[in-house]
Design a protein around this ligand. Structure first.
Ligand SMILES: Cc1cn([C@H]2C[C@H](O)[C@@H](COP(=O)(O)OP(=O)(O)OP(=O)(O)O)O2)c(=O)[nH]c1=O
Length: 201
């Protein structure tokens, strides 16, 4: 994460930072202040793409932030066509987990890469199916007591303790954690922002 990097991750999420760092790309981090509201009639894909773009644009619009390419991302859980974001409190976290118990839901992650120099924006969304085991009230209460669900869409973290609930996934693991890495890397390479194997001719 060199200070001279031209790539800026517009996010306060440690999960997104860790995922991007995992592939060895140099970048800096600048949290976005874009508000996250749901617009009536918006589909999951439209919602996560719009928010990803707004997050990237919010940081790209700050002249004091150095960099050329700005990455924004947003993750939601969708159950019965209802969008679940982060729970407001423990009661809502419990209600979310009860509603996900013993069945499948979808996790949608959007991404946007904005080239500040050309004004180009490349956006997309990835959907992944996640299947939960049947949860007991004791498991739900115990999991909430760990504090892990509170800042996560759908009130769980597949990469954390929440893995105990996940029977299987169909799709992109990194997208469930918060950043569709395969797609984002592809866009960064296509835009000339990054070269994954530059040192390996
Ligand atoms: C489903 C799921 C979500 N999450 C997290 C990823 C996101 O951080 C969070 C969804 O909230 P987001 O609003 O997408 O992101 P954020 O507010 O944490 O960060 P920023 O907007 O600054 O980029 O849920 C997990 O960590 N693991 C999971 O399994």
């Amino acid at each position: 994460m060199s200070a001279a990097s031209q790539i800026v991750l517009a996010s306060a999420s440690p999960r997104r930072r860790d995922l991007l760092a995992q592939v060895g790309i140099a970048f800096s981090v600048e949290p976005s202040r874009a508000p996250e509201e749901l617009l009536p009639g918006e589909s999951p894909a439209e919602h996560v793409i719009r928010l990803s773009r707004e997050k990237a644009q919010d940081v790209a619009d700050r002249p004091e932030v150095a960099g050329r390419w700005f990455i924004g991302s947003d993750t939601i859980v969708v159950r019965d066509e209802q969008i679940l974001g982060k729970p407001a409190d423990r009661a809502e976290a419990a209600a979310m987990l009860r509603s996900l118990s013993g069945r499948s839901h979808q996790v949608w992650s959007g991404y946007a890469v904005i080239d500040r120099q050309s004004g180009t924006a490349v956006c997309g969304a990835v959907a992944t199916r996640v299947r939960f085991k049947e949860l007991t009230e004791a498991e739900i209460a115990g999991y909430i007591a760990t504090g892990e669900p509170m800042d996560k869409a759908g009130a769980y973290a597949i990469q954390g303790i929440g893995a105990f609930m996940v029977l299987g996934i169909e799709g992109s693991y990194t997208s469930v954690v918060g950043l569709p890495l395969c797609e984002v890397i592809e866009v960064l390479e296509r835009l000339g922002a990054a070269k994954l194997f530059a040192n390996h001719p």
